[in-house]
Design a binder for this molecule. Sequence first.
Ligand code: NDP
Length: 267
Amino acid sequence: MSAPVPPLDLNDGNTIPQLGFGVFRVPAADTERVVGIALGAGYRAIDTAAMYGNEAGVGAAVRASGLDRRSVSVTTKLWNDDHGHDAALRAFERSQRRLGLDHVDLYLIHWPMPSLGLYVETWKALIELRAAGRARSIGVSNFEVEHLERIIHESGVVPAVNQIELNPRLQQRRLRDFHAAHGIVTEAWSPLARGDLFAEPTITRIAARHERTPAQVVLRWHIQLSNVVIPKSATPSRIEENARIFDFELDADEMRAIEALEAGPGI
Ligand code: NDP
């Protein structure tokens, strides 16, 4: 078992484990088994979504794990065709039924879908779900600064989390600064850039120096930026490898060298 995963404070008084396990593209039939392996390796947060089609397997694995429900954080997300107040409440009901859990720890709006013009209304439905205790924390995903400003201004409620694409090539400085200024936790999706960085010389050099893998170095970089990371793997050895990131540290020069890999301004 790897070192315990540290929690990060959310702006609503709850916490979230800094390392979670993503299950996008994990086939429904494999999900219970793969999530069971992750829970056995020390992960205490799982990131699914209605769109992934595998919420049932996530819930089954959490129930079968024998772990105290309070020690596992389950995130799911509202899909794009469920925007709007009543549709959002119905979507939550369906997700909760598939998960088979008495509450969801973190419920996110998957995409803002500005062309629909409904994300503020949808956000207000999530605020009701939180008030009812059915979603302990609420947040958003793929929201840009202008979308965040609107929901905060029109509802008075700051999302606990914004889950965004973030990796050493796409560092999302502007969004991260906005999050820091407003107490929003940054959660990085595709934190490993789906493997695209594993042959990058800066990463391989740092990995060799620490006798770690490139994946561990990239995840450690996220951890030191205070991001939540949710790497996905369906391979047991990699699931374990990705959790062994709390027993080494990158120094300031190494953090700067990775920072220099930025390829674009982000959103
Ligand atoms: P990741 O950056 O987590 O990369 C996953 C890929 O990297 C898989 O192909 C996996 O292979 C491989 N991999 C994982 N660990 C290692 C390792 N140690 N060594 C070598 N290869 C490795 O990308 P994802 O797109 O899966 O993102 C992670 C999670 O983020 C998703 O599962 C989902 O929960 C979330 N997400 C959210 C989005 C949103 O819009 N909110 C969008 C996309 C993702 P293998 O499985 O074969 O081991």
